[in-house]
Design a binder for this molecule. Structure first.
Ligand code: GCU
Length: 129
C-alpha cells in the first residue's frame, strides 16, 4: 500500500512559496523554493512505532542543474546534498527516496536546498513504514 502522504503546500516553509501553475502536482499545489541556499520545507510526520521508513519526495526541476538538498530527520542529516536532477520540464514530476529511522510519534523531515539555485519544486513527501 502507499505510505502516508504529506503535501508540501501544508508543510512549514522557509523561503519558498506555494504555487499551482505547473500541472501534474498532487493536492492543491507545490512549493517553489526561493533560489537561495538554505531555503527549506519541513514536514511533521507521525509514526506509529520506531523503525526504518522509506521517505519518497516527489519533485519537478525544469532546469538542467542538480538542485541538491540535505534531507534531515529530527535535526540530523540522513542524506547530504541528495541530488534532485532535472526532470525535463516543470510539469514533469519524479520521485526520489531516502531510507531513515523514525521515532514513535512526531518526527520532522526537513529538505534544505544546498545550492544558490534553491530546491526543486516540491510536491509531497510520502512515508512508508
Ligand atoms: C520558474 C518556474 C518555477 C520555478 C523557478 C525556479 O520560475 O516557473 O516554478 O520554481 O523557475 O527556477 O526555481
Amino acid at each position: 500500500p502507499p505510505g502516508n502522504r504529506y503535501e508540501a503546500e501544508n508543510a512549514t516553509i522557509s523561503q519558498g512559496v506555494v504555487e499551482s501553475n505547473h500541472a501534474g502536482f498532487s493536492g492543491t499545489g507545490f512549493v517553489n523554493y526561493d533560489n537561495v541556499a538554505g531555503s527549506y520545507v519541513e514536514f511533521t510526520v507521525n509514526a506509529a512505532a520506531a523503525g526504518t521508513a522509506t521517505l519518497t519526495l516527489r519533485y519537478a526541476n525544469g532546469t538542467t542543474a542538480n538542485r541538491a538538498m540535505d534531507i534531515a530527520v529530527n535535526g540530523t542529516v540522513v542524506a547530504a546534498a541528495k541530488p534532485f536532477n532535472g526532470t525535463g520540464a516543470w510539469t514533469t514530476w519524479q520521485s526520489t527516496t531516502v531510507s531513515a529511522q523514525l521515532i514513535a510519534g512526531a518526527n520532522t523531515v526537513r529538505a534544505t536546498a544546498t545550492t544558490a539555485n534553491g530546491g526543486p519544486n516540491l510536491d509531497y513527501l510520502e512515508v512508508q513504514t
